[in-house]
Design a protein around this ligand. Structure first.
Ligand SMILES: [Fe+2]
Ligand SMILES: [Fe+2]
Length: 283
């Protein structure tokens, strides 16, 4: 079976097995809203924003890839978008239940840089590189989501918040690994077709543009640092980085002696934590 056939099957299966979560199935009972707000409020807000902003991500993908493979379109337009938006709606409702304001999102602004990339991507070898960037970003994002939801789920269970742990976070968490699998399969299929210069350039572009999911401004990077701290990764950014960039590291052959993870990933995470701590110190 070709990679494309496997991907098509995978996308069909995700669509059939994972309909978008219906808000009516979520039990928003929170025993101790003040505690959840204090401990996890900013994590819920961060994740809600990132999930809701997939509407913008879909616009970005359209701008970046003028002529994507049909299976990519089917994935992000027909399956992925609706699932992620529902995740965002669940989390956003939850944070309002515990007395926080709704997430502030940008679902429309496509950057000039991405539009420019889209113009360049009319040339097939460039579009292949852009696709690679898309899959690598997707892998890092979806792994980050899985790790975050795992920690959030166990944190809420420990706090005795069974209803939201089991009916809000658990169903969201179940839908993320198939997204990761889509990007991994896509990246592994595409990598062997890229030439040495294409891989080199992809690596350069990743090194200069890498940002943790949803962290596009200094204040969002500090917010992400706060999420890392709450989820227990403040002193362990390396293992988080390793988790989210393992496959990328292998595919781009960036592995050098003694280097477990791409330095640009580790640096970005440490920077996020440092920004968060500096901001917390000021306030
Ligand atoms: Fe999600
Ligand atoms: Fe996802």
């Amino acid at each position: 079976m070709t990679t494309t056939q496997r991907l098509l099957e995978h996308v069909d299966r995700i669509g059939a097995e994972h309909p978008p979560i219906d808000l009516a199935t979520v039990d928003f009972t929170v025993r101790d809203p003040a505690l959840v707000r204090e401990r996890f409020g900013h994590v819920l807000d961060y994740m809600a924003r990132v999930e809701l902003e997939v509407d913008r991500n879909v616009l970005e993908l359209g701008a970046m890839m003028p002529d994507p493979p049909e299976v990519d379109l089917q994935f992000y337009r027909d399956v992925w978008r609706d699932q992620e938006v529902a995740h965002g709606q669940v989390l956003d409702r939850l944070q309002q239940v515990i007395g926080r304001p709704a997430a502030v999102t940008d679902t429309e602004t496509v950057s000039v840089r991405l539009r420019l990339l889209g113009v360049l991507a009319r040339v097939t070898p460039i579009q292949d590189m852009v696709r690679m960037l898309y899959y690598l970003t997707g892998m890092a994002t979806e792994r980050s989501a899985v790790i975050a939801y795992n920690r959030l789920h166990s944190g809420l269970l420990e706090a005795g918040e069974l209803a939201i742990a089991e009916t809000a976070i658990a169903p969201i968490r179940r839908q993320e690994p198939p997204h990761y699998a889509f990007y991994k399969l896509s990246a592994r299929g595409l990598a062997p077709t890229l030439s040495a210069w294409q891989k080199w350039l992809v690596r350069r572009l990743r090194a200069t543009t890498f940002a943790p999911v949803g962290a596009n401004t200094p204040s969002q990077r500090a917010d992400f640092g706060g999420v890392l701290v709450t989820l227990g990764f403040a002193r362990d950014t390396d293992s988080f980085a390793h988790e989210i960039s393992r496959v990328e590291h292998d595919l781009l052959r960036a592995r050098r002696a003694g280097l477990r993870v791409p330095t640009y990933v580790v640096d970005a995470l440490r920077d996020a934590v440092a920004l968060h701590e500096a901001r917390a110190g000021r306030s």
